[in-house]
Design a protein around this ligand. Structure first.
Ligand code: 6GU
Length: 238
């Protein structure tokens, strides 16, 4: 998979992409991530990429030309499955969207600035508008990093244990069960007995029951969805 990120603040994303699972996934060759400085695509001699808005509104607006030149350069080299714009008024990012984007061959993420981009870019160049939640960030860079992280970590091989990405909270619309490690008792705080039993069937049952209980208590909205019922049945069969 290949992810191209277009931004006016490349330094903000660069460090993040070199660390952790995302950094490792790149070294393993599972994903290529390229960060493009929008200023490299302007024809303006001062490298400006924004201008005053028509209509006399407040603030500056990112111009069509540098964005179009950057996206066109990329599109001339390969087909892109999605050209995503990060914006608080976009479709809410969630696990199913991360799953579906992780199946793409090539995607572009254009980092938006709220109120700050010529609308014609959104009408003519963008195929998907995405928000990471109902709050306003100063720019789309953090949103792009969040999306890239969620997409890359589920690529096969990105996480050591194949199973672990699939048993994440939200992956089956249930919150994950608690996990514990050694020692079995610390300051009198005990690990649930069943986990020490070695009985795989009982442990699986406990895990599902914990997932359901925690989801009911913390995120009852997730259980109202029909898909949850199916995933529970599926889980029981395993
Ligand atoms: Cl994608 N961008 C900005 N600027 N703010 C946001 C967001 C995106 N998602 C939530 N808030």
């Amino acid at each position: 998979m290949r992810i191209d990120i277009i931004t006016v603040l490349p330094e903000l994303i660069q460090g993040f992409m070199q660390e952790s699972i995302v950094g490792r996934a790149q070294k393993k060759g599972l994903v290529e991530i390229y960060i493009h400085n929008l200023r490299d695509y302007t024809l303006d001699k001062w490298r400006r990429v924004d201008d005053y808005p028509f209509g006399g509104f407040a603030g500056m607006v990112m111009q069509c030309e540098p964005i179009d030149r950057c996206i066109s350069t990329l599109k001339a080299e390969r087909h892109y499955d999605q050209i995503i714009f990060t914006t608080p008024d976009g479709e809410q990012f969630n696990q199913p969207m991360a799953n579906s984007l992780s199946l793409c061959e090539n995607i572009i993420i254009l980092c938006g600035h709220y109120k700050g981009i010529d609308y014609r870019v959104r009408e003519h160049l963008i195929t998907k508008e995405v928000s990471i939640g109902d709050y306003v960030l100063t720019g789309g860079e953090l949103a792009a990093a969040v999306m890239a992280d969620a997409i890359v970590r589920i690529l096969p091989g990105a996480i050591g244990d194949e199973q672990s990405a699939l048993s994440d909270s939200f992956q089956d619309k249930l919150l994950a069960a608690p996990v514990y490690t050694r020692p079995a008792e610390y300051k009198g705080w005990k690990v649930p007995e069943v986990l020490l039993s070695g009985n795989e069937r009982l442990i699986k049952e406990w895990e599902l029951q914990q997932s359901l209980e925690r989801t009911q208590r913390l995120r009852p909205d997730l259980l109202s969805d029909d898909a949850t019922i199916d995933s529970k049945k599926e889980y029981k069969r395993k």
